[in-house]
Design a protein around this ligand. Structure first.
Ligand code: FAD
Length: 381
């Protein structure tokens, strides 16, 4: 590989681009990773709530997450660095109208071999104190938890570089053209070429596709994470989701991390914390977790970032139909951290063998939008 020509160009060095780059390099391909920012993992990857869970409504999401959780669990042995995996569990508090759907999902998840169980509200209250009014049941995943997404990204990049991959920071893809079976990528630091290009640009994936001359339905939406000051209740709190409101919280050391998606905010590159969203979030939170009334806010520890959303809240994976040599690893709609390990392997398989094999990604291919068979993931937090 010359500095500017490789088998594959990976656009984006978040957790997805890093995992893809590592798996491609490990499979013997030469790889250039183009990253617009001054360092890897500065965007969604560093701004997530870091949760990993098997509790999804779509089987393929369970499979992607479970594969990844097992890799994160064994990360130290595999990559010589811990992933920060802590199985603090995910607890969904389910209202009566959603109970049948969550019970069906539990069955499907169990059929796929993951550990999940139904708890009655009293048993769930042994894990987290909450007001059980309007909660019919809880679902509990003891292997769900959190990882350290920044650490994992850096580990994949280190492993990729040890196999010869190159990372180019401050290198924004500005335009991509297909010429003579090669992608010619014009960047802020000159031109790079490769027969294959992987779009792993997170919330900018739609923009990156546009710069190559086609449309991809991925849009940014702003999401917030708020943090309390130190409080005794924080310790050991599992990631708990009040399904009725969408409010979630978990322990983060001595603090409680919490948030809720603002579904009324239009997609777009809005920046900064919308402090006006704190009150609706806290109102929903205190309704379910009255003890939050005693919490102070650690304003400096709150943050925001972009979900990269698609029309059906599912990622778009694999070869792009009609666009030779272009591969999508985009649109994770708020659950990319927990799917990155699997996605890295699957995209590498897709490029090196012509088809992702370890998990069937057909339900997540772009073609679903052409055939009107888009899935709808219901467990979006
Ligand atoms: C508040 C919040 C909470 C979340 N909580 C969770 C959670 O609990 N669990 C979970 O699994 N997921 C969660 N997510 C989602 C998760 O963070 C993302 O799905 C995941 O990080 C996506 O990784 P990525 O590598 O695709 O994107 P990013 O980490 O955003 O990386 C994309 C990279 O592409 C680069 N880039 C963009 N355009 C260009 C260009 N033109 N040229 C070169 N480089 C470019 C960017 O600079 C960036 O570094 C959350 C997200 C947010 C915002």
């Amino acid at each position: 590989m010359s500095e500017r020509h490789s088998d594959v160009l990976v656009v984006g060095a978040g957790i997805i681009g890093a995992a893809v780059a590592y798996r491609l390099a490990a499979a013997g391909m030469t790889v250039n990773v183009l990253e617009a920012a001054a360092a890897p993992a500065m965007q969604a990857t560093a701004r997530s709530a870091a949760g990993v869970r098997v509790q999804f409504s779509e089987p393929v999401n369970v499979q992607l997450s479970w594969f990844s959780i097992r890799e994160y669990r064994n990360f130290q042995e595999l990559y010589g660095i811990p992933s920060g995996y802590k199985p603090i569990g995910y607890l969904f508090l389910v209202p009566p109208e959603a109970a049948p759907e969550y019970r069906r999902a539990l069955e499907m998840q169990r059929d796929l071999g993951v550990r999940v169980e139904e708890l009655d509200p009293d048993s769930a209250r042994e894990l987290v104190e909450f007001d059980a009014a309007g909660v019919e049941l809880a679902t509990w995943g003891p292997d769900d938890g959190v990882i350290d997404p920044h650490l994992v990204t850096m580990a994949y990049l280190r492993a990729a570089r040890s196999q010869g991959a190159r990372l180019h920071t401050d290198t924004e893809l500005l335009e991509a053209r297909r010429e003579a079976n090669l992608w010619r990528a014009k960047t802020s630091r000159g031109e790079f070429t490769a027969p294959y290009l992987v779009n792993a640009a997170g919330a900018w994936a739609g923009l990156v596709a546009e710069r190559a001359g086609f449309e991809l339905p991925v849009e940014p939406v702003r999401r917030h994470v708020f943090m309390t000051g130190p409080m005794a209740a924080a310790r050991d709190l599992p990631l708990t989701v009040d399904v009725a409101s969408g409010f979630y919280l978990r322990g983060e050391g001595e603090r409680v991390l919490f948030g809720m998606s603002n579904h009324d905010e239009e997609p777009g590159f809005l920046t900064g914390i919308d402090w006006g969203w704190l009150e609706p979030t806290l109102t929903a939170g205190m309704g379910r977790f009255p003890w939050l009334e005693q919490a102070s806010l650690d304003q400096k520890a709150c943050w925001w970032g972009y979900y990269a959303i698609t029309p059906d809240d599912n990622p778009i994976l694999g070869a792009m139909p009609g666009v030779d040599g272009w591969y999508n690893a985009v649109g994770f709609s708020g659950h990319g951290v927990q799917q990155a390990a699997a996605v890295g392997l699957l995209i590498a398989e897709e490029i090196t063998t012509g088809r992702a094999r370890t998990i069937d990604i057909d339900p997540l291919r772009y073609e679903r939008f052409m055939s009107g068979k888009a899935l709808r993931e219901r467990n979006i937090v």
